[in-house]
Design a protein around this ligand. Sequence first.
Ligand code: 5GP
Length: 195
Amino acid sequence: MNFLEERIVKDGIVKEGNVLKVDSFLNHQMDVELLDRMGKEFYERFKDKPINKILTIEASGIAIACFAAKHFGVPMVFAKKSKSVNIDGDMHVAEVESFTHKCKNQVIVSKRFLGEGDRVLIIDDFLANGCALQGLISITEGAGATVEGIGIAIEKGFQIGGRVIRNLGYHLESLAIVDDMDPATGTVKFREQMK
Ligand code: 5GP
């Protein structure tokens, strides 16, 4: 097991409805040493790519993306969730369905911070059905920028997102892939990954 898998086994909580709670170290209370290590690991996996910007989506992707940005030495931009219907032309917009909140959000990124020629590493905390990622990919490509790679902390391998995104040809790296989890026993099974 790698450092993130070990932490999930130690402190993650398996909830009903295919939800893994990691709020004691990743998305409510945050272990910044762990986040820094994750940022470094993303750097190791994508350092050969000409990345000049990290993109994520609020809220829980932000901290991980910050640490990745620190290791790459590039800015981090996060897509904001917006309720506003009249978004002006200064924004890139995509529609994203939330897995955890079961609602649709428009997500926006200012054209001042993402545009033609940008080479983007997309980072997020979880990959489930892939809606959040599809929104970030659409914003990136709609801006005329290039998706150089996608880094995910925890992929739920039993949901379709990972397969869909890889089939589309994107270079997707997940630090932990959960292939099975059981709310009755609390057990989590990880996919073996090549290192
Ligand atoms: P997707 O768009 O891939 O279906 O879901 C990804 C988003 O939903 C992530 O940004 C994450 O915030 C949230 N999410 C999905 N599954 C889980 C989960 O099992 N636990 C937590 N804490 N968040 C999740």
